[in-house]
Design a protein around this ligand. Structure first.
Ligand code: SF4
Length: 435
């Protein structure tokens, strides 16, 4: 099983290759692979990452042929809007959905109205409208990335984080995977499990020096995958060197657009510095995934809408946000957990605000409710991650409590996720390249 379908290059336009997937065409950046017309390729995140022999591609496509069209049918059926009985919806909501369908921009007050919706029928209408737009923009393509959490050491003390530097050492068992363990976990994910894109995540762990990271990225690059890094604040120059070494995507959330809240919850770190770095990462050429936490103490509805708008303003290639789930290792343990529907509404609103965005459903959302990941995909999301950290380390990366995926064997988690995607008619295809 592979979590990317190969496509054939049918046209080259400068650095862009047009890739055909059973008649459907998508643009992908060809700058690094330099593939030619007629070659079969894998793309991830809008970038061509690997070629494969025609014989192998044809075999894989044969397996996908019927399934591909069958999945599309399921997706289209589930993405149909259901506005048959308008009497159950309030007038203002119908007007807002009309505006959304006409591709008109909603004002901040209108976005707040959507965020405040509570009635079950109204929520359904918001979610199905968002899912319908997702279907129109991306068809049934869904990115499936793996994530490997390679160190839970961190120099920071974010008040909400279970692996913060000063977390009780009786509760957090620190670990740092060796370079060999990281590479072997990546190799296993690619060769045995079929992943084409992997996220390498850690706390801000200075033990992994620039030199060590460059060496590691160069080694992993040999696997011909899309390498995402999620390592927190590092100098722009370091990120540039990591990009040159082969990392082409980065996950760096700004956590909250509320500067006062940011600086209260993340002592000794700077909001402006983080935002500046996210902008610089875009300039370097990284695919940037960014976003925020929902449900932080003292957060307002206004903050949530501002978070979505800031993600758009930062030109995120992927929206990554999830619920704040209190951790045993923090003083915020007894803070109330955010309602799942707030997160689903944020997904739908992000889709309305930035129609062709890629929106990730996080495993944190699934921790709130085992069906929430499915619901997130049905509320406008089109991307997800599977945790591939070796089990003995995974349970130690406790950024929040009761992590849904912490105990589950990796293969079981993959099978469940893929079956869930198929039940929704989603195919693990690449997304379009956006300049
Ligand atoms: S949120 Fe990130 S930077 Fe903050 S303590 Fe946790 S791992 Fe470190």
């Amino acid at each position: 099983m592979c979590y990317a379908i190969p496509g054939k290059i049918i046209e080259i336009k400068g650095d862009i290759a047009v890739v055909d997937y059973f008649g459907e065409h998508r643009n992908a950046l060809n700058k690094f692979l330099k593939a030619k017309i007629g070659e079969y390729v894998y793309a991830q995140g809008g970038i061509l990452i690997d070629k494969l022999p025609e014989s192998e591609a044809v075999e894989i496509l044969k397996i996908w042929q019927d399934k591909f069209f069958e999945l599309k049918k399921t997706d289209r059926r589930l993405a149909k809007t259901t506005t048959t009985d308008s009497t159950v919806y309030s007038h203002p909501l119908l007007e807002l959905m009309q505006k959304v369908n006409l591709n008109k921009e909603l004002t901040k007050n209108e976005l707040l109205t959507l965020l405040k919706a509570k009635n079950r029928d109204e929520l359904n209408l918001i979610y199905t409208t968002a899912n319908n737009i997702r279907q129109k923009e991306h068809d049934n393509a869904c990115c499936v990335h793996g994530i490997i959490e390679f160190s839970n050491y961190c120099r920071n003390n974010c008040l909400y984080c279970g692996i913060r530097k000063e977390a009780d050492l009786n509760k957090v068992e620190r670990y740092r995977m060796t370079e060999e363990e990281i590479f072997n976990a990546a190799k296993y994910a690619v060769k045995e499990l079929g992943f084409k894109a992997l996220v390498f995540q850690s706390g801000e762990d200075e033990w992994f020096s620039e030199e060590k990271l460059i060496k590691l990225i160069k080694e992993i690059s040999k696997l011909n995958i899309l390498i995402f890094i999620s390592i927190g604040l590092r100098p722009k120059e370091t990120y540039k060197k990591l990009y040159d070494a082969g990392a082409k995507a980065v996950l760096l959330r700004f956590e909250t657009s509320n500067k006062r809240l940011f600086e209260k919850l993340r002592p000794n770190t700077s909001f402006d510095e983080r935002i500046q770095l996210i902008k610089e990462l875009k300039q370097i050429g990284y695919i940037v995934a960014t976003g925020f936490l929902i449900g932080l103490p003292d957060e307002t509805d206004d903050d949530i809408i501002n978070n979505i708008l800031l993600t758009k303003e930062l030109k995120a290639d992927m929206y990554s946000f999830g619920p704040f789930i209190p951790s045993e290792n923090t003083l915020l343990l007894h803070h109330k957990v955010v309602d799942k529907n707030i997160v689903l509404k944020a997904i739908a609103i992000s889709r309305f605000v930035d129609r062709d965005s890629n929106i990730l459903v996080t495993t944190a959302l699934e921790t709130l409710d085992k069906d929430a990941r499915t619901q997130g995909l049905l509320a406008g999301a089109n991307s997800l991650m599977i945790n591939l950290t070796p089990t003995k380390f995974k349970k130690k990366y406790m950024i929040y409590k009761r992590r849904y995926d912490a105990q589950k064997p990796i293969k079981e988690e993959i099978t469940e996720t893929i079956n869930m995607l198929y039940s929704l008619g989603r195919a693990p295809m690449d997304i379009n390249y956006e300049d």
